[in-house]
Structures are given as C-alpha cells and as structure tokens.
Design a protein around this ligand. Structure first.
Ligand code: PMP
Length: 403
C-alpha cells in the first residue's frame, strides 16, 4: 500500500521518485538492441560479429600481467593519444597534437560531454533526420535542444546546405554529422561536406563529426574527414572510436580531437564522470592502432559485410512489393522503407518480433522521417541475415494492408 507523505511541502510520490529527465527516457532501444530473448533472430544490434583480433587480446594480457590495472590520466595515456594522433594523420589527413585529443570509454560519453561542454541551456543542436538515436537524447540530457534537419531521400539522403540553413536560428550552436551514417549508410560526398562547412562558417557553428564507421565502405565510396576541409579544423570536433572498425565494442575506447581549450575542459568533465578509460583497454587500443595486421583484419570484415549487404539487397528485391531500400554506401545497416506494406515501421518491428521472432529497429527511433522505415543490422552472420530477411519478407506480405 502507498503511504502518503506527511510533509505538505513535498508533492512527490513516496519512496524513490524519478527526475523528469529520467521519466522521459525509455529503454525500448536497449531492449531491442541488446536484450532480445535467445530464440529471436537479431537484426538489431550494431556490433561487428567478429571477435577482437588475437594480437589485440595479447597486448591486453601483457598489460594485465604487468599490473597496468590502476587509474590513468582521465584523458587517456600519452602513448595512446600519440597513436591516435598518428592514425588521424595517416588515415584522415588531420594534424592533432596528443594534447588536443581525449580518450573516453567509447565514443558515446565523448559525444555527451562534448554537447555538455559546447551548448548552454536551450542552445540548439542541429541533427540530421534520420540519425543515431543517441544524438537527440544526449542533447536533451545536456540541457540543449535538438533541431532536426531533413535529408533528401530521393537524392540518396543528401544533406543540402539550404535545408540546414533554414533550421539555423540565433541559438544554433552545433551541428552533428555522421558519415558513413547510422542508419542510412549514406556517405557524405566532398560537395556535401563543403556545403555543410559553408553553413557552419556563415553561422559560426561547431561541427561534431562522428566518423565511427569510416572504415566500413562499399564500392568506390571514400571517407573524407570534415576537419580536413580548408578552414574547418578550427570549428570541428572529430569523434571516432575502436568499436566498429577494430571489432572492440566491449573494450570501450573512443576519442575526440579538437583544440587544447576544449580538450582540457573535456579532460575535467571525463575526470568527474567516467574518471578514465579502462587501463587495460587502452593498451589493447594502442596495439589495434599500431599493428599493421589491423588493416588486413578490417579488410576481411568489410569483405564479409559486402557479401551480407548483397544478401540484404537481394531479399529486398525479391520482396519489392512490400519493401524498398537505398543501397548503403557504408556502415552495416539496411534502412528499409516498408511503406509499400501499408504498415508503419513500429507496426512492422513489433509484428515481426511477435509473429516471426525477428528483431528489427523501428525507424521512428531515428527521427520523424523514419516512421515508415525499419533498420536492420547485417553485422551478424550470413545465416541470420538470410533467415531474418526471408521471415521479414513473409511477414510483410502476409500482413500487407490494402491502400
Ligand atoms: N556513433 C554512432 C553513429 C554509432 O552508431 C555508435 C554505436 N552504435 C557510436 C557512435 C558509439 O559507439 P561506441 O560508444 O561504442 O564508441
């Protein structure tokens, strides 16, 4: 039985009462991404199915054996920041000193703390629609406001400068870009990047460029770092991590590169919140970044995902009466339009889970424009992708609503 609180000044419900912030956060995403029952075919989670490379595991073991198991500097140990600085120079044509780089336990906390460090209450953060669901949630948690920018689906999800400019107000402070994109797989071209850069320069915006899928590209698509464009290093924070390109999700290593002033603030924010990235994981990360065998490892992963991407496209084509897709240029997701089935993404996601035991993400979680979409991940196995896609197709046909 609920006891009423005696004190008239207190109107909260008795016992542990949640903050408004917490009440407004739901856990649908995490239930779907990581909490599916064992008998469900998982096309939800965005994690490579490959194990971490054995040479990386060995480096971690060496760190443990030498008792490297204590707190470290909150922005990460210098040899790791040096390895990241070298990586940014070699892979991305970017020049950052180790002092301009902060390491965090995965890139997610980096993005949160960056928003915290860059935006004041009610400042506006531009976020493409659709985009990874963390961005608007983290924006809200940091006290800022998410403003969504449409992407032109009929032009391959192009981010047009005039569409961005329309959303800019006096309060716009930051724009987040993510290429290759989760969920669409779109890779920003040089022309698009230049368009975004122009808007940023005209309106004095900071760009957070999330490049976590940079190594996962298909065909002739190439990754270009926003900060490598002329004049953009000064207004860009480059975010990346080892989760996707090195199959190191559970090690939790991400990083952000900007300037000394922001990096110092980030170091304090990291110190007060996450304290430091895992010490053993940092040694694993140095090995992953510096061992030449990593290149071969990622090549193999991309080769596998290229095959699975073809499988996804094959099945979408086979069931073209109920679904369609813009072929992904990068990352490992299929952003599938289910409007031909007459159902919303939400109806499809809950129906196919209930009736066919297949887990897919409903598109509305990625933004308003995703209402008639679902996102599948093909970073699983060939068998899972085939079986999942067949069941999805069957479900859509059986439940197709007549217009
Ligand atoms: N950015 C994007 C676009 C992602 O999809 C993810 C993971 N799903 C991340 C960042 C975060 O990865 P991590 O925290 O493991 O570095």
């Amino acid at each position: 039985m609920e006891k009423t609180v005696e004190n008239p000044k207190i109107s909260r419900k008795p016992g542990i009462s949640l903050s408004e912030r917490a009440v407004n956060i739901d856990d649908e995403v995490f239930k779907l991404a990581l909490g599916l029952p064992k008998d469900v075919i998982p096309l939800t989670a965005g994690e490579p199915d490959f194990p971490t490379a054995d040479f990386v595991n060995l480096a971690a073991r060496r760190a443990m054996d030498s008792n490297f198991t204590h707190y470290t500097a909150s922005n990460g140990i210098l040899p790791l920041r040096e390895a990241i600085s070298k990586k940014l120079r070699e892979d991305n044509n970017l020049s950052y000193d180790p002092d301009e780089i902060v390491v965090s336990p995965g890139s997610s906390p980096s993005i949160f703390l960056l928003l915290f460090a860059l935006a004041d209450r009610d400042d506006e953060i531009l976020i493409p629609d659709p985009a990874w669901f963390h961005y608007p949630i983290l924006t809200g948690l940091a006290g800022a406001r998410a403003v969504r920018v449409p992407q032109r689906k009929d032009e391959g999800f192009r981010l047009a400068p005039e569409d961005i400019e329309k959303m800019v107000t006096k309060r716009t402070k930051v724009m987040i870009v993510n290429s290759p994109s989760n969920p669409t797989g779109h890779v920003l071209s040089r022309e698009e990047l230049e368009g975004i850069a122009g808007v940023a320069e005209r309106n004095n915006l900071t760009i957070i460029s999330d490049e976590i899928y940079e190594k996962i590209l298909y065909g002739n698509n190439r990754h270009i770092s926003m900060a490598s464009l002329s004049g953009m290093r000064e207004r860009t924070v480059t975010v990346n991590g080892l989760s996707k390109g090195y199959a190191m999700m559970g090690w939790r290593i991400g990083f952000a590169a900007s300037n000394r002033e922001l990096a110092e603030k980030m170091r304090s924010l990291l110190g007060y919140t996450v304290v430091c990235p895992g010490s053993v994981a940092q040694h694993a990360a140095i090995e992953a970044l510096t061992n030449q065998r990593s290149k071969e490892y990622v090549r193999k992963m991309v080769e596998t995902w290229t095959r699975r991407r073809s499988l996804v496209l094959k099945y979408v084509n086979e069931f073209h009466d109920v679904m369609s897709i813009e072929p992904p240029e990068g990352a490992f997701y299929g952003w599938i339009d289910v409007s031909r089935s007459g159902m919303t993404g939400k109806e499809v996601s809950s129906g196919v889970l209930r009736e066919y035991k297949v887990g897919v993400m409903p598109g509305h979680l990625f933004g308003e424009s995703g209402r008639n979409h679902i996102r599948i991940s093909y970073a699983t196995s060939d068998e899972i992708v085939e079986e999942g896609m067949k069941r999805l197709g069957r479900f859509l046909r059986e439940n197709k609503k007549q217009p």
